[in-house]
Each structure stands twice: as C-alpha cells, then as structure tokens.
Design a protein around this ligand. Structure first.
Ligand code: AMP
Length: 521
C-alpha cells in the first residue's frame, strides 16, 4: 500500500513531509539529501533539471531557466518559452517540480506516493487553487486536498506545541513570493480561521528585486549596463538574494559582479536595505490591520504571532511586527518546514473523512479510504474561510450587468448558496451562469472565474431552475442545478474557467510531461 504525503509547493522552495507509523512528522529529503528543493527548472537540451542544480546552472543558460513560477499560477496568458521555442504553462512547470518531488519521495519512502495534500497561500484565488490542483494531476499525483499555508502551519504548531486553552493567533507568513496574514482561534480540538488577508505578489522575491534595481542603477552610473547582460543579470539575481540573507546576520553585504570583463562591487548596508524595502513592509502592516478588522479582534486580543516563511528570518520583518503590535513574534515552528508538516497532518484528516463517508454509504475515494493512518497525539478539526468574495453576474433594475456577491469574503468553507432562476422566453434551451470572484458590485473590479452553461429541456412555458453554487473545503467552486418544473437533478455543471487549462489541455500536458527526462542533476 502506497504512502500519502504533504507538499509545500513554494515560490522559491518546496518541501515534503509525511507522518510515520508512530504518528511523528518526518521531512522527506530530496535525492540530493536536502530538506527543501528550490522550485526552479532548467531546460538543458534533452534533460529537464529541477532544484539546486538548476539554480546553480541558471547563469549559463538564463533563457532556459524558470523560477518563481508560483507567481504566475492562474494566469492564462503566461507561458514560459525555452530558447528552442518550447512553451510551458505555469501548471506544466509546477508539474515538473512536483514530478521530481514525487519521484524523490518514492525513492526515500521505498513505496509509491498514492496521494498528496498540496498547500497554497491563503490569499490564492480560485483560479490559482485550481491551477495548483491541475499541476498535481499533470504530475501524476492524486491531489486529495488543498490546504492554506497558514492553516497548515497552525496545525503543525497546534499538534506539536498546542495546549487546551483557547487562544487567538495571528500567522504571519512571508515567503518567497506571497504574503498571507491569517487570524485563527484555537481551542482544545478546533482551529477556526477568522479572517485572512495578504498580497499574492509580495515576498522575498520583491526584496531581491529592490536590491537588483538599486545595483543596476548604481552600475549604470559607473558605465556598466547589467540589465543588458543576461549572464550578469542572472548572476545578480542569485547574489542579491544571498546579500539579503547575509544582512539577516550581518550589518552589510557585498555584491561582486563581472560584466563584459569588468569587475563591479556594490556594498549593501542594512540602512540602505531598510530604505529599499520599507514601503513593502508597510504593505504587510496594512494587511495585518485588515485581517484583525475583519476578524473583529484588536492586537491586544492576540495571544501569539506565529512566523512562517523564509523571509521572516529577516530581523527587519520581526522589528516591524513588534513595532506595530507591541507583541514579540514567535518562531516556534520551523519557517521552512512547518507548512509541509501541517499538510502531512491534514492527510490524516482527509483519509479519516473518506473512511467516514464509506461508513455513511456516501460516495468516497475508495483507495484513499482504504489507507491506514497512524495515531497522532493530538487531533484538530479545522474550518477555513474564503479569501475572496464569490458572486454571480446578474442584471439590476436598469438592466445593467452587475456582480452579486453570494458568498462574502471570509465565509467559512464549505459553503453553498442556492438561488432560483427562471427562463426568460418559452422554449429556452439553456441558462448561462457567470461565476465571479471579488467584493465589488461593479464588474470592472471583479474577475469572472468562469461560465457554466446549463442545458435545459425546452418547454413552452417559463420554468424555474434552482442553481446551487458551492465553495468546497479546497475553496474550489462547483455549480449544481435542479430543474424545479421537472423535479429533476441535472447534477454538477462543468465550469469553463477563464484562467485555467481545460480538461483536454490538462490531458495533453500530462502526456507531454510524462515523456520528459526530469532529474535533479
Ligand atoms: P519560502 O517561500 O517560505 O521558502 O521563503 C523563501 C524566501 O525566504 C526567499 O525569498 C529567501 O530569499 C528568503 N529567505 C530565506 N532565508 C532567509 C534569510 N536568512 N534572510 C532573509 N531572507 C531569507
């Protein structure tokens, strides 16, 4: 019988864990022996290299190198092109990373990986969540659930360090590419997410970019155009990140480059770094305030601020949190590993749920339900929330199309809305439902996620149709329809999603990726 694992598919690094037979979480090292794998891909002729080696060789072939793909998940228009003109969607690139991780896990565990829980930033929208699940499918992984990264970290914290007291906790998760702040309430056996806020494009990458831009500007003043030199630009990308990390321990860091045979040195002091990134830190403070407001709590109500994500190693981040809230943030969980461990714990919940479905005679994933699960010392049930409002396009009194929010932001999931609609003309053959994401009424400020085309049996009269729109535990939207006139359940309706691959594209991608020679070296 195969194993089920938790995967933190990060912007810069990814990490895997499982729960061993004694109920203990174990980080699964990659084939190179490291606990974390850079989420990077290098297309090197016949080989597709993933991880540390891809990063190391990136300077030789910057145009065949992809990193930070997570920032493009759910973007239909983004394609990575190799020098040879091969094009890969964000789902396909992520699938390549996942395929290497799956293979590494299978080698380490000496067993097949039958399924995985993959984590996503709490602030990811529906399209990004769907893309993540599709990436898993393309990689040949059975994605049994998606869980929010801060919730996973809270789960890992609760199981290892939790007590039975009720506590209100803020998880401040600043990773490589995304920022989430989540307010949770813990009691003896429940974790309830009260609110979530953040910025899906704010992370260590942006701090690196600020350094890079400062260096490029300074070098230009000295007559060197690093931006125009692909190799020096890629070298700078790696060295800017290194300098940033050095500043977490020292007062200054040097960046030494070589462009067109000319050496160049830039000294980054902490002071200069503060100037560069202060506006970004202000943004995170804004999200902390929003999350507290939406949860109805004050900073003084917080029992703890838990830090997660590699960028929380920066003293500047800790200082800005303490300055804002008066609370010294806690580093009780491992910033790189807690999320994968939480995902591995969540695997046990999902399997338990599938077993319960079998007992109740409901439809279940039989393979998952048959998996054996170890006893763990503490178990929590958790309830998460939608990070964005979900709505549908309707016509107002003036016959203008507007967004009608049916599941507001921060609604606990799973959640469903059922509405009754009527056909507008006799013999109508279909109804079109446009599902949106966003809080505003004005359609210019919301995103249409997709369209569900509902075919109905034409009748000479106007008929009533009941449409149920639900947001499942993974925050994925489903549309079900019931024909009230015929008293007939029309079942789940396929949503043609604007930003995601369709079923045929996923299948084609799967075939293509399975033929690649993917390795870590
Ligand atoms: P994560 O997505 O949680 O793996 O976080 C990765 C981000 O953390 C990257 O942008 C790293 O550059 C950053 N990071 C890791 N270690 C440090 C450190 N010591 N100081 C500053 N940033 C760090």
């Amino acid at each position: 019988m195969g194993k089920y694992i938790g995967i933190d598919l990060g912007t810069t690094f990814s990490c895997m864990a499982y729960i061993d037979d004694s109920g203990q979480p174990v980080i699964i090292p990659n084939r190179e022996g490291k606990n974390i794998t850079p989420s990077t891909v290098l297309f090197d002729g016949k080989n597709t290299i993933v991880g540390e080696e891809a990063k190391n060789q990136s300077i030789l072939e910057p145009a065949n190198f992809e990193q930070f793909i997570k920032r493009h998940m759910g973007e239909r228009d983004y394609m990575f092109s190799t020098v040879d003109g091969e094009k890969y969607s964000p789902e396909a690139i992520s699938a390549i990373i996942l395929a290497k991780m799956k293979a590494d896990a299978e080698e380490y565990l000496g067993d097949s990986v039958d399924g995985a829980v993959i984590t996503v930033p709490a602030y990811f929208n529906e399209a990004q969540r769907k893309s993540t699940m599709d990436a898993g499918t393309i990689a040949g992984l059975n994605v049994i659930a998606i869980i929010n990264e801060p919730t996973a970290a809270a789960l890992a914290f609760g199981i290892s360090k939790g007590n039975d007291k009720q506590q209100t906790i803020m998880v401040y998760d600043l990773g490589g590419g995304t920022f989430d702040v989540t307010i949770l309430r813990f009691d003896k056996e429940n974790i309830i997410v009260l609110s979530t806020a953040g910025d899906r494009k704010l992370g260590g990458y942006d701090f690196d970019e600020r350094i890079i831009n400062a260096v490029i500007e300074d070098a230009l003043d000295k007559g060197l155009n690093i931006q125009a030199d692909d190799i020096a630009r890629q070298d700078l990308q790696l060295k800017a990140e290194e300098a940033k990390k050095t500043l977490s321990a020292r007062e200054k860091a040097n960046i030494v480059l070589n462009s067109g045979g000319k050496p160049y040195k830039y000294t980054l002091t902490r002071e200069k770094f503060v100037d560069l990134i202060e506006p970004l830190l202000f943004k995170t403070v804004g999200s902390m305030e929003t999350a507290c407001d939406e949860a109805g709590v004050e900073y003084s109500d917080l029992d703890k601020i838990l830090l997660v994500g590699g960028s929380t190693r920066m003293p500047l981040v800790r200082e800005s949190i303490e300055e804002e809230t008066g609370i010294t943030p806690s580093s009780e969980v491992h910033p790189d590993e807690a999320v994968a461990i939480g995902a591995a714990f969540h695997v046990l919940d999902v399997i338990k749920c599938e077993k319960e479905k079998v007992v109740r005679g409901e439809t279940s994933d039989k393979k998952v339900a048959n998996a054996t699960i170890p006893e763990v010392k503490k178990q929590y049930t958790f309830t998460d929330v939608t990070s964005h409002g979900i709505g549908i396009v309707v016509s107002n009194r003036n016959n203008e199309e507007i967004n009608s929010v049916i599941l507001p932001k921060n609604t606990q999931v799973p959640a469903a809305y059922t509405g009754q609609y009527t056909t507008t003309v006799p013999y109508q053959e279909s109804l079109k439902i446009q599902v949106t994401q966003g809080e505003e009424e004005d359609l210019r400020y919301v995103t249409v996620i997709g369209t569900a085309d509902i075919e109905i049996a034409p009748r000479e009269k106007i008929v009533e149709i009941e449409v149920s729109i639900s947001c499942d535990e993974n925050s994925i939207i489903h549309v079900r329809v019931y024909d009230l006139d015929l008293q007939r359940d029309l079942g789940e309706i396929y949503i043609e999603r604007v930003a995601n691959l369709n079923e045929e594209e996923i299948r084609q991608s799967q075939q293509r990726i399975s033929k690649l020679d993917i390795s870590g070296e």
